[in-house]
Design a protein around this ligand. Sequence first.
Ligand code: ARG
Length: 268
Amino acid sequence: MTTDAAPRTYLMCRPTHFAVTYRINPWMDPAAPYDNALAVRQWETLRQTFLDLGHTVELIEPLAGLPDMVFAANGATVVDGTVLAVQFRDAERADEAPAYRAWFESRGFEVHDAKHTNEGEGDILLAGDVLLAGTGFRTAHAAHAQAQEVFGRPVITLQLVDPAYYHLDTALCVLDDRTVAYLPEAFSPGSQAVLRRLFPDAVHATATDAAVLGLNAVSDGRTVVLPVQATALTAALRERGYETVGVDLSELRKAGGGPKCCTLEVRS
Ligand code: ARG
C-alpha cells in the first residue's frame, strides 16, 4: 500500500437498459434469466460505495438498445485530461463509442479518435508512469502504439490467452502506483515474464478469485472495491495493508462485467 490515495473522479452509466441479449464473451448466455431491477440496485450500491469513499461520480445518460453501456470502462481512456476515444470490436456495442465521445467533448476535453479496435480502460490501464495494454481478444495491438503516441507514456503490451479473461481488466487490477494483482495463467508465457519483471511484489490471484471476476476491482491506492465473492483475494489484499470493500455485482457478471467494468476513471 502507498499513500497515493486521493479522491478520484469516475464516470458511470446506470444500467437502466441492461440486458443479456447477445453473446460477445463466454460469460454471456442470452437464454439465461437476468434481473434488470437487481442489476440497477447492485450498481447503485457500487456508486454509493465510491461516494462514501470520498470520490466523485459523474453520470452518462444510458441509451436504449445498448445493454452493455453500463460498462463505462470501455467508453474511453483518459490520462492527464487527454481522451482516447474507443472503437468496439463488436457491432452490438459500436454506438456506445460516439455517446462516450460526446460526453467528453461537451465537457471540453481534447478527444483523439481511435484508429484501431480499442475498448478503452477495459484493456488500457495506467500503472504508475506506464500504461499496461491488453490484446488478444478485443483491443488491437496497433491501438497500443496509438495510445503511446497520444499519451506520451510507455505502453507495455500484454498478451491475453484465456477467452474468459478477454479484457485486461478482467485479469489484472492496478492496486497503486507500484503494484498490481493478476491471474498469471490469463497471460502468455512472455507476458507473465514481463509482469514478474515489472511487478515482483504483485499479488497473484487464484483461479477461483478470477472466476468471480475478483480482479475486476477498483483501487484508489488505499481501498480496493472488489466483488464480495473474491474471498481469498480480499484476504491477500488485507494482508498487504489495503482496505477492501466487497460489492455484489452478480447480475452484471452475467454480461461478463464487474466493478471495474462499470467504472471509467476521469484523470483531469
Ligand atoms: N458484455 C460486455 C462485453 O463483452 C462486458 C464488458 C466488460 N467490460 C470490461 N471493462 N471488462 O463487451
